[in-house]
Design a protein around this ligand. Structure first.
Ligand code: G3I
Length: 326
């Protein structure tokens, strides 16, 4: 890796994080992570399917490995995620009454949060619970269908009990779009008014090279600032495609420069709102590990700050020193 360029973490006025999701190959990727980032989010290793594949059988090998790596390199950890509708084993919902499901949730949340007490600074307690196309703005997941809003109340209550010092987040994508922004805002306001211990809102920010405008991101940060919650950017990446079908064999260099300017505009917003943003996390340290290489189709994509050879891209310079952008 390059050692003659500034660390990303030193160039921004908030904690800079990255997801990582391949513990078998930490190696040189680990060096890049530890050099540039002050926070690490295990990309898959703390999800329900990874930590409790069968009821009561907890496995923490991969989670421990990443949490230990982060801690020993002076990085914070974001815990992702305690209750989600995806990557959750079938047994969790199978034959469950509301009472049984909430008991399973309580056991799961208490076990994970207690295990990492003092080592995980922030948890995505619930992930992607909003659906702005429903009349009440709530996703019709099995969690919702069986418990209504009670799974959210239970997850936050138990997480707070298990580690009173961890910051507890509700995390979602597309929060930069007005309808989803408002649906999430109403939900957070309602739950906070009830006394549910929500500390913050996580904006995933899976964006593309053109959309949505940085001004929509800014409007979202300003909107939630009125709720007096912490905010974090939790999964930032910038796809080079604006549709779900195109595919490049080689990504045009001018597009990578455009992407650099896009990152610059976004980080201009983040810097202006540094008082509201505790951290900004990118969803992967380098293009070779991005989930956007397989979703929504298998194609070459390059959404992150470092390329396949772990070299700094224009996107990196857009964040660290925009004067170096062409
Ligand atoms: O572990 C298996 C491996 O054994 C197998 O050989 C391989 C073959 O495809 O699959 C591996 O599992 C994959 C897993 O990532 C680990 O790499 C799954 O198929 C794949 O579906 C899974 O994708 C993850 C995705 O969440 C699933 O929902 C991505 O890595 C992860 O980055 C992504 O992260 C989500 C956030 O949690 C929530 N927000 C959106 C974000 C992007 O989708």
């Amino acid at each position: 890796i390059q050692t003659d360029i500034p660390r990303v973490r030193d160039a921004v006025p908030f904690t800079m994080g990255s997801a990582f999701t391949r513990p078998d190959t930490l190696g040189v990727h680990g060096e890049l992570l530890a050099r540039h980032f002050g926070s690490l989010t295990p990309g898959n290793e703390l999800k329900w399917d990874a930590t409790e594949p069968r009821e009561g059988e907890f496995t923490f090998t991969d989670g421990d490995y990443l949490v230990d790596f982060a801690t020993s390199h002076g990085m914070q950890v974001r815990g992702h995620t305690l209750a989600w509708h995806s990557q959750t084993p079938d047994w969790v919902f199978a034959g469950a009454t509301k009472e049984v499901l909430l008991q399973r949730l309580e056991t799961h949340v208490r076990t994970l949060v207690t295990r990492y007490k003092g080592r995980i600074a922030a948890w995505d307690v619930v992930n992607e619970v909003v659906d702005e196309n429903q009349p009440d703005g709530l996703r019709r997941s099995p969690w919702y269908q069986i418990t209504g809003l009670d799974f959210i109340r239970t997850a936050f209550r138990v997480a707070r009990e298990a580690d009173p010092d961890a910051k507890l987040f509700i995390n979602d994508y597309n929060t930069e779009f007005p309808r989803k922004r408002e649906a999430l805002y109403s939900l957070v306001k309602r739950l906070k008014d009830e006394g549910v211990p929500i500390d913050g809102v996580g904006h995933q920010l899976h964006l593309n090279i053109e959309h949505p405008a940085a001004s929509s991101v800014e409007a979202t940060i300003e909107r939630f600032a009125t709720l007096e919650v912490d905010q974090q950017v939790t999964e930032l990446d910038v796809s080079v495609y604006t549709d779900f079908v195109s595919s490049y064999d080689t990504i045009p260099p001018e597009l990578l420069i455009q992407q650099g300017h896009r990152y610059k505009e976004l980080f201009d917003v983040f810097r202006r709102h540094a008082a509201d943003l505790g951290s900004v996390t990118v969803w992967g340290e380098s293009d070779d590990v991005s989930w956007l290489r397989t979703w929504p189709i298998a194609r070459l994509n390059a959404p992150l700050l470092f390329d396949d050879d772990l070299q700094a891209k224009p996107a990196y310079w857009g964040v660290v020193d925009p004067a170096r952008l062409a």
